[in-house]
Structure formats: C-alpha cells, structure tokens
Write a protein that binds this ligand. Structure first.
Ligand code: IPT
Length: 989
C-alpha cells in the first residue's frame, strides 16, 4: 500500500498542476478615484513550519492564539527577514534546487503561516452594506487582492477558506465582502515555498518565498467598474487617435483635453498627440460607471508588424533595452515605489528606451511609470522551465496538456492585468521553457484577447507562435548575417524582424563589444535592437560579504555570482557597463572634423525631434577647456542629419606650434528640465581632434654610475645593482618594478561553465600566467644606459617572455624602454595584459591626476564612454566595486599620470609617447584574484601601479561570445616605453 502524506491534512493543492481555486477571474489593475481601499501591508504575525502539512489549519480559525508567533513585514520574503532566523535564500541559475519529479515537490517545504488582524475604517461598514445590496453582477462588495506571493498560497478570511493559488508574480483576487466584519477581521495566509508552480518558475534568480507584493482590500461599490480594456490607436497618416473603452460595467468615458464624453464601447476618432517612449504623451481621462470613477491615462499608439518590421505609429523602432528583474539588495523582489521610480529614471538618464520584464510581469506600478516616463516594454509572463534542459526537456510542463490550464491562467493574468498600458508593446510568453503545445495555446489565447500587440518568445526559433525572431547571446557575426537576411531558416522567420532579447552579459567587468553590436543593429533595418542582460546585480546586502551571492548561504547547489550580472551594482550605483551603454546607444549621433570645425549631427531618435536639446562645445588644450559656448541644434526630424559649424577656435590656431593636443568636445544636453533629468543633462557627446600631441624625447645624457653602496645611480634614479630594479626615482622609494602580464580574471575571462575551450581564465592559469617567475640574466651599466635583461616564465613549461629593460636619462627625467620577445609555443592564447607594475609606499591619502580617458575605467572593447580630459581621483576611488573582485579600474588612453602619496609629498609623474593604461590599487593583483568578496580586500600601505602598453579585451563570455579578434592581445615581439620624473616641489609641471 502506498499513500501520500501530503494529502493527509489537505495540502494536495500544493502539488496540483492546476492554477488554484476560488480566485476571481483576472482583470485590469487600476486605482479607483472614489472607491475606498485598505492596504494590509505592514507587520504580520508569522510562524514557519518545515513541511507543508506540519500544522493544521486551526490558525485560520476564530480565536486562535498566536501570541508566541514572530512577526514579518509584508510585502517581504521571510528568508530575508530577522537575520536568517526563518531560513536563507537559495540561488540557482537554471537547475531546480529540488529533485525533478513534476509536479511533486520535496517533503521539506518551508511553509509560512501569516496572520493579519484588521478593523475596517469607520465608513466601510456602510459602504459594504450598500455595495452588497445593490450588487447585480454576481460580484461582491469587497475584493481582497494579492499582487504577488511566492510560490503557492491558501487563504482564509475570518475562518472561511477563500481558495488557493499559484503564479507568484501575478495578481489573485477573492470576493470577501460577505465575510468582512467592522472589527476584528482575521486574514490567514499559508504560503508554501515549493509547489507545482515552482516547476513553472525556474528563472535565474534567488528562490525567495513570501508575500512579496502588496495585499489590499478594495471596496467594490455597487455599479462600480470591474474589468475594462482601453483600445487607443493612432493613425499616423491622419494624425488621429481612435478610442474605444470596453467595460464590463457600462458607463461613460471622459477625456477633457479631447472634448470626449462617450459611452463605453463607443468608437471615437479625434486628432491627438500620439504616445511613444520618446514622447510619452498621456491623456488624463475618467471611466465613470454608475457607482465609480476610475482615472485613466490614455496613450494613443499603434503597434504593427509591417514590411517585416515592428512599427509603432508607422515607424520602425530600435530597442535600446535592458532586461529588468525586480531587485533590491535588502528586500529582494519586494520593491517600494521609490525604487521602481529610481529604475525608470536611471534608465531614461542612460538612454535606455526599452525594458523586457525578465522573466515575469513586474509590480504593476512599474508599468505606470513606463507609461509616464516613456519606455517600450516587452511584458513577459511568469514562466520558465529551464531546469528540464538537464533531462533533454523530458517531462517539460509546457509540452504536457495537463499543465496547459496553468499556462493559460498565467497568460490571462498577465494580459488582463497589464492590457491598458501603452508602454506594453509586446507580450512575451516566458523565458527558456523549451518548446511545446502549451506555449502555442498561450499565444493563441493572447492573440484572441489582444490583437493590438505582438508576441515574443525566444525559445521559438521557427517563429511558429511569435511575431519576431528573437535570440539571446548570438555573436556579432551571426547578428550581422541575420541582418543581411543570410541566416536562412523557415519561410515565416525570414519575413520577421529580429531582436536580441538578451545580449551583452553584464557580469562583472564588462560587457565588452557593445559598440560593435550597436553598429550592426543600426546597419540593418531587420535588426530592431536588443536588451542587455541584465539591469541590476542581485547581490544581497550582508555584513560578512558586503553583498552576498550564490553559495554564501551554504546552499548545497548554487551558481555562485552568476546572479550578479547587472549594469547596476546591487545598491543601484551605475557600473561602468551602464555608462558604456549610455554612450553606445546615445540618440544623437555626432561625427566631424575638428580641423574644419564642422560637426555632423544626426537625429537618432525614432520619433522625437531635437528641439529639447542644446549643443555645448568646449575647446580643449591638453585636456583643459580654454573656451566654451553653446550652439543651437538644428530642428532635425528622426533620421535627418545636418552640419553645424563650430566657432573660431578661442585660442590662436597653429596649436602644433605650441605642441599641445587640441580638440573640440561637443555635448548634446537637455535644453530644459524634463520629467527624468534636469536641464544640462548630457545625452550625447563627441570629441574631435585638431592637433596631435607633440612628443618630447629623452636624450640619453646621463651615465649609470655605481654609488658604492650596492646601487647604480642614473639621472634621478637609483637601482639595485644585483636585480637591476629601481629602488628610488627622484627620492621616491619604488619596489618590485617588473614586467607584468597577469590580471585577476574577470567573470568574462573566466567564461561560462558551458563554454568551450576558449575560456581564457582557465587557459591562462593552465599556462601559469598567474605565477610568472622573473630571472635576472644581466644588469649591464653602459655608456648612456643601464640595460637589464630578464626571462619571465612560469614553472613547468618552456614558455617565456624575454625582456630587455633599457633605462636612460637626460638628467631630471628617466626613461624606461621595454622590449619583450616571446619564446615557446603560446598556442595563440592572448595575454591578459602587457606592461609593468611597481609599488610605492603610500596609504589612503594617495591620489592620482591624469590626462587621458576618464573619469571611469575602460578596456579595449568597453571604452566608448571614456572621455579624454584631465581627471583626478583618490587611489581608493579608482576601484570599481564588482561584487566578486576582479580586474577593474584601468584608465585608458592615458598620456600622463601623476601619483601623489599624500599632501605635500613629491609627486611621481609618468608619461609615454603612446597612450597607455593606468591602474593603481592598494592591494596586489594576486590579492584581488584571491578575493571572493569585496570584504576580503584589505588595503595595504603600498600602492601598486600598473602601466600597461596593452590589455586584453573583455567580451561577454560569462554567457555569450568572447572579445572580438581585434581586441585580443596577442603574444608577440613588442616594444614600449615610459618616462618618469619627480618635479621639484612647487614645480607643478
Ligand atoms: C539566459 C537566461 O534567459 C537568463 O535568465 C539568464 O540566466 C542568462 O541566461 C544568464 O545570466 S539563458 C542562456 C544561458 C542560454
């Protein structure tokens, strides 16, 4: 005999594939102007049980004594509250953290019983009585709404069971008017971490149980609004909008600004201003039924697939998007309104114009913000079954009819909730769920319900159910082929537009190659842009680690810091990746000729003109602005270009004679305040060189001489006669100056576990680049130079880099010329970096000034946002705080750097004829490499400086392709040089 213990106390619903029972049909999400609502957010009583059936349902009954229960905050996840007392988060990418045996879940199933006691506000009892009396449509005078509960809940009010539901990031409502009492109401919610629904929610994120979105009691007045569907299209030829609001309860629709006052269901066409993400024009309106008024914000726009393109209001759009998971470093997926707004503002300020709500519908308030500020949205359903890939997709729920009702329920809950948002232009069926009939059923249902939007699903490479060919992490060459229509594929797909719903994996340092992708996106009409993976690192704030990632909670199965792959750090500080993206997708293109003083400006918006922008120029001499001014931007329609003549240079022409490097910097800035950024906010910029820097030579005039104390003096420097290393330059102590090829591998160097043998981090370690030994072969003082020969090589191989350091001096200045000659078979593996490193004794007051790229870090394929100028920073602030420490902080194109160890101390200057990479940090590369978290790094008293002739590119191989070949640093015979000097104090030059 066999029996299932889970069934014994009535928890069979947990493993039932059905979406649940008892909930009301889904409907639009809106806020009433006059119907009352009562938030039940706040402190709830809480009891955690180890299994679904550990406790009976007595807690939901009257008079239950919960005095010894704990408290949790709703919205919230219990595993993120009270310091781990209620268990801890679990992170897996695509693997299910439980045995795969659908729809069964483990017996160990953390189950949180929640209790909320509430009285009704004074006016509610009367309201409810009225509503109940007059109700005609089988509805009820009050509705209890859950906006999100992970993963399965059963609900009771005042001892009466309301039902149960699954679908964590979807709303569920229950009719409760008949159960409410003026005072002493008891709402009981039992939440199970694991359920059949968990099989449909295998998104790459933390598993975080709890009531994590709002719980609200809504008065539903008699004759009140129930569900409604705003159809507001735009005819770009006629310049008119056509409005029809279908409402379950009939009433009137009023749009004062358009003089509209019509019945629901009635069609009206009037001239309007259309809504687009660039011009998010919303009309305030009211839907008035006999018992209620609901404010609407109507955006007129039409989305179609035409000529193989996604067109809005008649024009193709280019998505400059991000994938947004909901994340807050302390509250997980329980986001407050301010955080949602911050996300939207940050996106707008960084030229992002589109969001894919990976991989579930967001909190509904987020979509209100997208309507208001203007963002294109791909609204994605709460569906992913990625873990079935581990068993070749056998038993995949999306291809098993028993699960189809649950899939349809999810599709309906998304579409019904979000259908009135102009920002939503595409519905997405879900993510990484393989293929199957269930998806086809979802697509069919959605098409039937809402023919006004397009359908997306990346897993459908044949585009059987979809309107857009979508892929993730396709490399540049493939995207280019697709753009040219050379990718073949089924006939239907060949007719469709293409997007990358995920690309440029922003894990750690990177992503590299964004500019190269953007060039391809913009070169082909068929390619309508992409969505960077992903918006924010899901690090969890933690005392021990700073930000925790997978494994930090002792999970038996986890995917480490793969959960930290965003353009924002967990605290929402923009990473260099976001600054790069902002530059790469800037909506105004400028190019030109500095000598002629002409900038060619192209309006890269799809809809907006450039009237909101002003042009600010500066004339920079060696990185210092010597003149600035403003120019008007020509009124250009989208796609149009015009030449703008810059003024006469403010300093005498012939800069060549001065030997300075002159250049124009032209910035397109907001001409006035906008809803998302103040006047002066930089939208786009370009620098146009006028004259190249003139290089000075160091004429070898000094002769190395033994100083009689084991040293060799040359110009401003003293060398150790045995090692040939400088021990001081201009009186500043220097340690460990040597060739350096190692960098702490980035996440993109390390590559994804499933990547082939091209993962550089492991290859580098196999070669031994992290443990190079330096053998001194000769220290040769000559007539006018000190020559030091070394062989730099790892143990156990015959690979080596032979180096010659040739030191010369003209008296005050010291020049180092390095020549590197490889030996052995390097198997075409590129070097991480190539340059020198040395240490200077200095503490937290160490500062750097440099003339070069800045203000932030840049690498060969991440350098678009680095602007040439004069920059200054403390050494500590040069560090980029990637959640898992790794190579970071290099400043690119540096002409000159000045390193100060503290106020009043002599300053070491470094210069090179060829721009170099500058890095300084108060730990070694080895320490950086060994650190797992930022808290593992302790600054020391030595500032380690790297001056690199070259760096290997970054790429995106933590999930996608590695760096393009042109960004590789091949091992080959190379020469480079640096000049050092220490000015007399007070001599600033
Ligand atoms: C892709 C997933 O869609 C996304 O959720 C995330 O896991 C991303 O990868 C990596 O961070 S799936 C891709 C590995 C095929």
């Amino acid at each position: 005999m066999s029996f299932r213990t889970t069934g014994s106390v009535g928890v069979g619903y947990v493993e039932d594939v059905s979406p649940g029972s008892g909930a009301l049909p889904p409907r639009a999400w809106y806020a009433s102007s006059d119907a009352a609502s009562l938030s039940l957010n706040g402190s709830w009583r809480f009891r955690l049980s180890p299994t679904a059936d550990a406790e009976d349902d007595a807690f939901a009954g009257p008079g239950y004594d919960c005095a010894d229960w704990a408290e949790v905050t709703v919205p919230g996840h219990w595993v993120l509250q009270q310091d781990g007392r209620f268990g801890t988060p679990v992170y897996t990418n695509h693997r299910y953290p439980f045995p795969v045996d659908p729809p069964r879940v483990p017996t160990e199933n953390p189950t949180g019983d929640h209790l909320r006691f509430f009285d009704l506000p004074d006016d509610w009892p009367t309201l409810l009585a009225k509503g109940a009396d007059a109700d005609a449509g089988g509805s009820d005078s009050a509705v209890l709404r859950f906006d999100g509960v992970e993963s399965c809940a059963r609900v009771w009010l005042n001892g009466t069971e309301l039902g149960d539901f699954k679908g964590s990031r979807l709303p569920h409502e229950f009719a409760v008017g008949h159960l409410l009492r003026p005072a002493g109401n008891v709402l009981a919610v039992r939440v199970h971490q694991w359920s059949a629904g968990s099989y449909l929610e295998d998104q790459d994120q933390w598993w975080l149980p709890g009531i994590f979105r709002d719980v609200t009691l809504l008065h539903r007045p008699a004759g009140g609004v129930r569900d409604f569907f705003v159809h507001a299209s735009y005819d770009h030829r006629a310049g008119t909008g056509t409005l029809r609001v279908d409402s379950e309860v009939e009433g009137r629709v009023l749009v004062p600004a358009l003089d509209i006052d019509v019945e629901t269901g009635q069609v009206i066409t009037v001239p309007v201003r259309p809504w687009t993400a660039e011009t998010p024009y919303l009309y305030d309106a009211v839907l008035a039924t006999p018992g209620e008024r609901v404010p609407l914000r109507i955006g007129f726009r039409t989305v179609v697939l035409e000529d193989g393109l996604i067109k809005v209001n008649g024009r193709p759009v280019l998505f400059k998007g991000v994938n947004r998971h909901e994340w807050h470093s302390e509250h997980g997926r329980a986001l407050d309104a301010g955080t949602m707004r911050e996300d939207v503002l940050l996106m707008k300020r960084h030229n992002v114009n589109a969001v894919r709500t990976s991989h579930y519908p967001p909190h509904p308030a987020f979509l209100d913000l997208c309507d208001e500020y203007g963002l294109w949205v791909i609204d994605e359903c709460d569906l992913e079954t990625h873990g079935f890939t581990e068993q070749d997709w056998r038993d995949n729920p999306v291809d098993d009819d028993r699960w189809t009702p649950a899939l349809l329920d999810r599709a309906a809950r998304m579409v019904e909730r979000d259908k009135n948002h102009p920002s939503v232009v595409i519905w997405s069926l879900g993510n990484e769920a393989g293929t199957g009939r269930g998806l086809t059923a979802m697509a069919g249902w959605i098409r039937g319900r809402d023919g006004s939007r397009l359908i997306h699903y990346e897993g459908d490479w044949n585009c059987r159910d979809t309107d857009v060919y979508s892929r993730m992490y396709a490399d540049h060459a493939e995207v280019d082929r697709i753009g040219r229509g050379l990718d073949g594929g089924p006939a239907k797909r060949r007719e469709l537009p293409f997007i990358q719903c995920e690309y440029a994996h922003a894990m750690g340092n990177g992503p590299g190659g964004l500019a190269d992708y953007q060039r391809i996106f913009e070169a082909h009409d068929r390619i309508q842009g992409g969505f960077v993976w992903e918006w924010i690192d899901h690090g969890i704030r933690d005392e021990r680690y700073g930000f925790a990632y997978g494994g930090d909670f002792g999970e038996e199965l986890h995917d480490g810091n793969f959960v930290c792959d965003g353009l924002l750090f967990p605290d929402r500080t923009p990473s260099p990746g976001l600054l790069e993206y902002k530059k790469v997708v800037e909506p105004v293109r400028m190019e030109g000729d500095g000598v002629d003083g002409v900038v060619r400006i192209t309006n890269g918006y799809d809809f907006a003109d450039l009237s909101g922008l002003a042009l600010r120029w500066s004339y920079d001499v060696d990185g210092e602005a010597v003149g600035t001014g403003t120019l008007t931007v020509p009124a250009l329609a989208p796609g149009e270009s015009a030449d703008v003549k810059l003024p006469e240079p403010p300093v005498e022409a012939g800069s060549a004679a001065r030997g300075t490097e002159d250049r124009w910097t032209v910035r397109a800035v907001l001409a006035g305040d906008t809803a998302w950024a103040p006047r002066g906010h930089v939208v786009a910029w370009i620098q146009l060189p006028i004259s190249p820097r003139q290089l000075f030579g160091v004429t070898a005039r000094s002769r190395p001489v033994a100083d009689g104390r084991g040293g060799i003096a040359l110009g401003p420097a003293v060398f150790d006669a045995r090692t040939g290393e400088p021990v001081s330059i201009g009186g500043i102590d220097v340690t460990g100056l040597r060739l350096d090829v190692w960098r702490a591998p980035t996440d993109n160097d390390e590559g994804a576990p499933w990547q082939p043998d091209t993962r550089l981090g492991p290859l580098w370690r196999r070669l031994g680049l992290h443990r190079m030994r330096h053998r001194v072969d000769a220290v040769e003082p000559g007539e006018d130079a000190l020559t030091v020969r070394t062989r730099v090589a790892p143990a156990a191989t015959d690979l080596a880099l032979r180096t010659v350091h040739r030191w010369t001096s003209d008296g005050p200045r010291l020049k180092l010329s390095v020549s590197v000659t490889p030996e052995g078979d390097w198997q075409r593996v590129p070097l991480p970096r190539l340059g020198i490193r040395f240490g200077l004794a200095a503490g937290d007051r160490a500062r750097v000034r440099w003339y070069g790229g800045g203000p932030g870090e840049a690498y060969p394929d991440t350098g678009s946002a680095a602007m040439l100028g004069r920059w200054e920073s403390t050494v500590d602030d040069l560090q980029t705080p990637y959640v898992r420490p790794q190579e970071n902080g290099a400043r690119a194109d540096v002409r000159r750097a000045e390193i100060s160890r503290g106020p009043g101390l002599p300053v070491l200057h470094v210069e090179s004829g060829r721009p170099f990479w500058f890095t300084a940090r108060r730990w070694t590369t080895e320490q950086l490499d060994a650190a797992g978290h930022l808290t593992d790094l302790t600054p020391g008293d030595t500032v380690w400086v790297n001056l690199d002739h070259a760096q290997q590119g970054i790429g995106s191989q933590s999930c996608g392709p590695g760096p393009l070949p042109q960004y590789h640093l091949p091992v080959r015979q190379t020469e480079f040089s640096f000049v050092f000097w220490v000015p007399e104090q007070g001599d600033g030059s």
